[in-house]
Design a protein around this ligand. Structure first.
Ligand SMILES: Cc1ncc(COP(=O)(O)O)c(C=O)c1O
Length: 453
């Protein structure tokens, strides 16, 4: 387990009462932080005041109101670099609409070729898996690193090396923390792949608010995030944090307003701006960008070791409770996917509820009961089909066969019936955040027990 400093006490109960009382007013046990963190009431008040009293113009103009927006944007950039412990001389921040748009900036601009391919971990969000379409279009090789039974990378280092030996160096992309299993992957792969000539993209979107990647320690070429997953407000803003040298090697497929120094219509020439300016298409989301600095300040109120210990203790509690739940006939009530302990894992747990005969209760059924219980958890495969395939034991041939058979009429129901009754095609995901209480976790446990009756 990552070490937690017990002396770094912080009153999370008081935080819940002062900042997240609306959860208790609404009676919702919110346990979907991997999908979106919740903003504190003071963040919303502060941002409201900022909008009521401030005058923010389009930052592409030069008047005073525009300067306010430009200053807020610069503060957001500095806070983002500080969060990822990045040296501003080495890394730059490009603001985007979300993590997906940040990934696409790299995907569409990367120099994929027959000799410069893509290496993906099987555990990746679809927004990273989609990079392969750009690679394939360029005729570049694509390889996928397998997972072991705990959904960790199976001998990650050896497989990265073997992929590079086979297809040459290129772009290597993996998540810091799995949005399916909560596994926190080995960050030394960044140095290892980098030393062998790869550009490394780390998807930090599901890494949560504690244990941020230190770019001084692990100098990834590209890191992506969405701010709503860190502190709830704003939505609609993400970032590509990139080494300046790596950014300079990307070749953008077009130009747009905001990214150019000069364009000639008569002569068909243009000059792209350098650094982040060349990657921020159009007018930035300047009102929402102004909320980022206070979002980080909100997080900074919680000592990181205390936040980590808080999230880990609630996650561990759910894992322990789920592992011991039994039907009257002694059969287990829950199937957990991913690690059973807290070793190198964060506050995300994927599971299914089992019938007394061992069959999996369809996740949609549990989701439906969860709505009745006021428990907010996620169902499906969480846009992470590689982890799901391994967790549910899909074989590639079976998936292929169903794709061919269901061409044009794909749905979870159709896939379930093609894969064979009894096939598992989705799970539930519970994820923990700063506002989580023991009561929230017990309500999730009660939901599971109720589903089995
Ligand atoms: C690991 C991971 N990567 C990427 C994304 C995409 O983030 P967004 O939808 O904010 O672009 C998500 C969203 O859930 C995620 O969990």
């Amino acid at each position: 387990m990552e070490p937690a400093d017990a002396t770094d006490a912080f009153d999370f109960t008081a935080l819940r009462a002062s900042e997240f009382a609306r959860l208790d007013t609404a009676g919702i046990a919110y346990l979907d932080y991997a999908a979106g963190a919740l903003y504190g009431a003071s963040q919303a008040r502060e941002h409201g005041d900022r909008l009521v009293h401030g005058i923010f113009g389009n930052p592409h103009s030069e008047h005073l109101a525009s300067r306010h927006s430009a200053a807020a944007q610069a503060a957001a950039r500095a806070a983002t670099l500080a969060f990822f412990d990045a040296d501003p001389e080495i890394h730059d921040v490009c603001f985007t609409a979300n993590a997906t748009a940040a990934i696409k900036l790299v995907a569409e601009s990367y120099a994929f070729s027959l000799r410069r391919g893509l290496i993906l971990s099987a555990d990746n969000h679809n927004s990273v898996n989609g990079i392969r379409e750009f690679a394939w279009r360029a005729g570049a090789p694509v390889s996928v690193l397998p997972l072991d039974s705990e959904l960790r990378l199976d001998r990650g280092s050896a497989h990265v090396r073997a992929s590079i030996e086979r297809q040459g160096a290129g772009l290597f992309a993996f998540p810091q923390q799995s949005n399916f299993s909560g596994v926190r992957h080995d960050l030394s792969l960044i140095e290892e792949a980098g030393a062998l000539g790869c550009d490394v993209l780390v998807d930090a979107a599901a890494a949560g608010p504690y244990g941020a990647l230190s770019l001084r320690e692990h100098a990834a070429d590209f890191v992506v995030c969405s701010f709503y997953k860190l502190f709830g407000l704003p939505t609609g803003v993400g970032a590509l944090i990139a080494k300046k040298s790596a950014l300079a090697r990307l070749r953008r497929p077009w130009f747009s307003g905001g990214t150019v120094e000069f364009v000639s219509v008569a002569h068909g020439r243009y000059a792209l701006r350098t650094g982040h300016e060349g990657f921020e298409d159009g007018t930035p989301n300047f009102l929402d960008l102004a909320a980022i600095e206070s979002g980080f300040a909100f997080l900074d109120r919680m000592p990181r070791p205390g936040l980590r210990a808080h999230i880990q203790s609630h996650t561990q509690h759910f894992l322990a409770r789920a592992a011991t739940l039994r039907h009257r006939n002694g059969a287990p009530l829950v199937r957990l996917y991913g690690p059973r302990d807290m070793e190198q894992r964060g506050g995300i747990v994927a599971f299914n509820v089992l019938r007394s005969d061992g069959g999996v209760l369809p996740h949609e059924h549990v989701e439906w009961r969860a709505r009745e219980h006021g428990v907010a958890i996620r169902g499906g495969c969480f846009c992470n089909p590689g982890a799901a395939e391994k967790a549910f034991g899909f074989d590639a041939m079976g998936v292929d066969r169903c794709f061919d058979k269901l061409e044009g009429r794909f749905s979870i129901e159709a896939f379930r019936s093609c894969a064979g009754q009894g096939a598992t095609v989705g799970a539930l995901r519970l994820s923990v955040g700063a506002p989580t209480t023991r009561t929230d976790i017990e309500r999730a446990v009660a939901l599971v027990v109720d589903c089995s009756e």
